[in-house]
Design a protein around this ligand. Structure first.
Ligand code: IMP
Ligand code: MG
Length: 240
């Protein structure tokens, strides 16, 4: 017996054709390279280690969730890309202040659509406490040549202003074409040395914050959100 297999519908049906839709992106994601369909970068939650969650036992209050940081950092990258393009710049040189700015800079860099050179300077003004020493120290001044370049100095937080004022003076010696500053957080209430950053993610009140690169005694930099530390954890003599 012959089995006749018939396919239905026998004529091509328009409804069965794949629907061609524009790729969907997160509303605040910027698309620096519109010809690609790369999903926006998000901090990873690691279900096996438990890291990357939205809370931590030592955190009193979350001020900026990882989603809020992600959206704001992408907005900043979009603004920076547009502003420098408007200047006629095809390339910028980002100088991040290690260690605190590393997480912020890593996310910011990936949202900038211009060619970007990257270097770090190392500075410290906080040691094992929540009060700054009066004079910040610069440990490593970076190695890229900056003369005639569009330089963007990136730091995690503008607090007393001492560190960035010192760094700005150091960088100006190289005669960059432009020198601007981008900080994720601005704690204006604590300013000692006048300093205005061209790009600010969020204003913060006078509270000590950790996470997303910001530390207390070198801890908590790995938290994907920013929050205040419980008072009992702000005394390192109580630590294991
Ligand atoms: P400034 O010289 O006082 O402006 O110091 C800025 C540096 O101090 C920043 O780059 C941070 O590394 C650190 N800092 C200031 N405030 C905080 C904070 O609330 N948490 C963690 N680090 C902070
Ligand atoms: Mg710092």
């Amino acid at each position: 017996m012959r089995v006749v297999l018939r396919t239905f519908p026998s004529r091509p049906c328009l409804f069965a054709l794949p629907v061609l839709r524009a790729p969907r992106f997160h509303a605040n994601a910027i698309m620096p390279f519109p010809h690609t369909n790369v999903p926006p970068h998000m901090p990873v939650f690691n279900a096996r280690t438990g890291a990357g969650g939205d809370s931590h036992p030592d955190i009193e209050r979350v001020l900026f969730s990882r989603e809020a940081l992600y959206e704001r950092v992408n907005d900043m990258a979009f603004k920076i890309s547009g502003d420098y393009a408007a200047l006629g710049a095809t390339e910028i040189t980002v100088i991040a202040v290690a260690n605190g700015a590393m997480v912020f800079a890593a996310d910011l860099l990936r949202g900038i659509s211009l060619n970007t050179r990257f270097d770090t300077v190392r500075a410290s003004s906080y040691y094992d406490g929540t009060s700054p020493v009066s004079v910040p120290r610069i440990h490593n001044a970076g190695r890229l040549e900056l003369g005639g370049r569009h330089v963007l100095l990136v730091d995690d937080i503008l607090d007393t202003g001492n560190t960035l004022a010192l760094l700005r003076d150091m960088l100006e010696v190289h005669r960059p074409a432009t020198l601007r500053t981008c900080v994720l957080l601005d704690k204006k209430a604590r300013r000692v040395t006048p300093y205005t950053a061209e790009y600010v993610g969020f204003d913060v009140p006078d509270v000590f914050v950790v996470g997303y690169g910001l530390d207390f005694a070198e801890r908590y930099r790995n938290l994907p959100f920013i929050g205040t530390l419980k008072p009992e954890r702000q005394d390192i003599s109580s630590w294991d």
